[in-house]
Design a protein around this ligand. Sequence first.
Ligand code: C2O
Length: 466
Amino acid sequence: MSRQITRRHFLKTAGAAASATLVGESLIGSTAAQAASSYVRRDIGLLATNDPIITSYRAAVKAMKALPATDPRSWTYQAAIHGTTTTPVQTAWKTCEHGTYYFWSWHRMYLYWFERIIRKLSNDSCWALPYWNWSAASERQLPAAFRDTASEIYTSNRNSAMNSGAGSLPASYVDYSSSFAAVSFASASSSLEGTPHGAVHVGVGGWMGSVPTAGQDPIFYLHHCNIDRLWNLWLAQGGGRSDPTGDSTWTGKKFTFFDENGSSVQMTGCEVLRAAQQLNYVYEGEPTQVNQYCLKIKLPPFVIVRKELIHFPIPPIVLESKPVSFPMELKPLRQQLTAFADSKTDTILLAFDAVETDRQPGVVWEVYVGLPANTAADTKSPHYVGNIALFGAGVRSDAHHEFKPARFDFPINRAIAPALKGGQETVPVTLVPSGILVDGKPSRPKVESKVRIGRVSLVVETQKRQ
Ligand code: C2O
């Protein structure tokens, strides 16, 4: 791989620093490794549709589509590494990790090798994958370059409103604040995997809506590039956040991919902890990356203890096109809950387990706790606690091997506070289906497959210093 700094690369880096203030995230400065990184992954929203980054991507996608499907660098093969329904299964096919704590690391590895293939097949030696920064309010539509029907990076297999530009992602689909508030790696990753990750998959729809086809849509890789960037940003918050560097199962597990010459390669968690140092890339506008290391003896600075407080004996909840509400009993737990709600180290979680559906429902459900009767559901309300967005885990038709139901945890300290203070015996839990925005207005798309929630409980998560 050529690591020389070309003039264009230099301009890209300079551009990245200059536009950092536009991204709305602070650029605290760069470590030496970051400054020396050859590749800058840029925000697609700041690129013109004819930027060389986009034309190179188009050229490489075209070249990959022209390769025989047996070539591991072909578009078909690369997409199949993520998922496919084609048989017989070839090396590394259907290996994406969802609903596990390899979610962030597996997708980081996948993008890294994919990016090297694009770099080679586009003959653009300084090419780096751009990210779809749907976090920014100005980038909620599908990026324009992907809506051009004459382009190699267009597909009609998307929600038609997203493809026309009329559709946009609602703010609640891309809200990562719960994930970022979580200190434990597993909680942050699993929360983020639902929203924004799964919600954006659902919003784009079509191929993106389901694991076996998602990798065929060229926008997939830009979506995941933002997810990967958020991993860095989550760590950069500090406060005890760490990758599971002391967990040898996570650090040592090997995954297989293919390089730009079509040779198979293996990678472990230890090799993807430091994007700039180990993988030679930084994100436009990101703060200094946190360098994590796999050490032989290592204790996490914090341990997170989970304890179930109560399991509500309610019948399974079925989500269809109408909002659903059920009462949650607080009475037997009031004292405990009040103590936890005021604490800084305890998080009360409303946990939905055994969540499953047959196919992609095409809808995300907003979850509210303590929403007063006759009040409109509004995601800006303090009673809004998050979304149920299904992708991969919990979707029967997406299962690679054996089916795994999904689990969703929602922090509710803030949402139940008024009910606890007011001495209420029960609080309502309300689930409201929500679609993408069309012409800026909420839409109520058809629910393609109903969702069943098998178990509801309250869990307390306590963060302890070792
Ligand atoms: Cu492996 Cu966004 O999916």
